[in-house]
Design a protein around this ligand. Structure first.
Ligand SMILES: *[C@@H]1O[C@H](CO)[C@@H](O)[C@H](O)[C@H]1NC(C)=O
Length: 353
């Protein structure tokens, strides 16, 4: 029996490591380079802007969810936050839980006059400094449901807020952002990378992705940086089952008989059941994962272009978005029930439609 002391073992490892270099120099060289690059990237990624005092950040959609939490956190960090809320109540509630130096302004992103008012307010607040940060966070999800349940009005209601509203806010704030050598943080979604759940939501978020990409390429010459946040599923107003189900009921109730017939009587209840289970499994309540990404985009010297927020985004949705369509189709089928189909519906009811 041979007894090794610690020292001998260490020498043994060193010897093997050296031997690995001799036998697989290319492999070891590549590995070392990868590790080295990763370390360099991590150091670069962690470099922070020194002083945030006197830096103005304008955030939309601060009534609840990501915007609300971000406004409070940036305010605590020392930023001069101007939080835009849709409702008087949202604005009052936010003011109640922060000190009075946090400014709020009412903003409805679908109303051009309301955007102009917000721009005037922010221009007066920021003065010669300009705006350091614009966080386009305001958004809505409903109406969301099977495409043949929807009309144009349903699409407009989501697209007007999530995409057209975001573009108008961005364009109107650009002069202030150029003046402040500022940053734009746009909230997209994993559903902008992988479209499902009919309606305007995926479309609008996909639009936010491409608008942000072209904006970044155009604005790099003016010192304005653009980051995109791609959250997975989080418990916020956007994923509120109460709101989604109430709106689905409205859509189901107004369906013409032929369409409803092909889905089957039980479809609506099954849909709600499966959706509840999917959302319960998917939704994380730790929304700080998203606001941490937004904070990084505003405080890092080198903000990233894209942030996947949440494990479901990083490990499931974003990889799935690169997979062949057939793979994504099969996975997504499991999230919602199937309609029984017109042939089966006819066979079952012995009627002709
Ligand atoms: C926002 O503005 C649009 C267009 O002016 C209006 O139709 C809508 O009712 C407004 N929404 C709220 C919540 O005030």
């Amino acid at each position: 029996m041979v007894l090794y002391t610690g020292e001998e073992e260490e020498e043994d490892y060193l010897y093997r490591f050296r031997e690995l270099w001799i036998v697989h120099p290319a492999l070891m060289g590549t590995l070392t380079s990868v590790v080295f690059l990763f370390v360099c990237w991590t150091i670069r990624d962690n470099l922070k802007v020194r002083d945030v005092r006197g830096k103005y950040v304008f955030i939309t959609g601060c009534d609840s969810g990501f915007g609300n939490l971000l406004a409070q956190r940036l305010h605590r960090k020392g930023f001069d936050v101007i939080a835009a809320c849709l409702t008087e109540k949202g604005s009052d509630d936010l003011k109640a839980c922060t000190c009075p130096t946090l400014k709020t302004v009412l903003l409805n992103v679908t109303n051009p006059k309301s955007i102009d008012n917000a721009v005037t307010f922010v221009a007066e607040e920021t003065g010669s400094k300009g705006l350091y940060g614009l966080v386009n966070n305001a958004g809505r999800a409903t109406p969301i449901g099977p495409t043949d349940w929807l009309d144009m009005e349903d699409f407009h209601r989501v697209l007007d807020v999530n995409l057209i509203g975001l573009i108008e806010v961005t364009i109107k704030f650009l002069p202030l952002l150029k003046k402040g050598q500022g940053r734009i943080v746009n909230v997209a979604s994993v559903m902008g990378r992988l479209a499902f759940g009919g309606g305007g939501y995926s479309l609008s978020k996909c639009g936010v992705e491409s608008f942000s990409d072209s904006l970044r390429r155009d604005m790099q010459h003016f010192g304005v940086k653009v980051s995109i946040i791609e959250p997975g599923f989080f418990k916020t107003g956007v994923t509120s089952l109460e709101i989604i189900e109430k709106d689905l009921q409205r859509l189901w109730n107004r369906l013409c008989p032929e369409v409803r017939f092909a889905y089957g009587d039980k479809y609506f209840d099954n849909y709600l059941k499966v959706q509840r289970l999917s959302m319960k499994t998917l939704c994380s309540s730790d929304i700080s994962k998203v606001t941490n990404c937004m904070e990084h985009a505003l405080t890092a010297i080198y903000p990233r272009t894209r942030y996947g927020a949440g494990w479901d985004a990083k490990l499931f949705w974003l990889p799935l978005s690169y997979a062949p369509a057939i793979v994504a189709d099969v996975m997504l089928q499991m999230l919602l029930p199937r309609p029984i189909g017109i042939k089966k519906a006819v066979a079952k009811n012995q009627v002709d439609v």
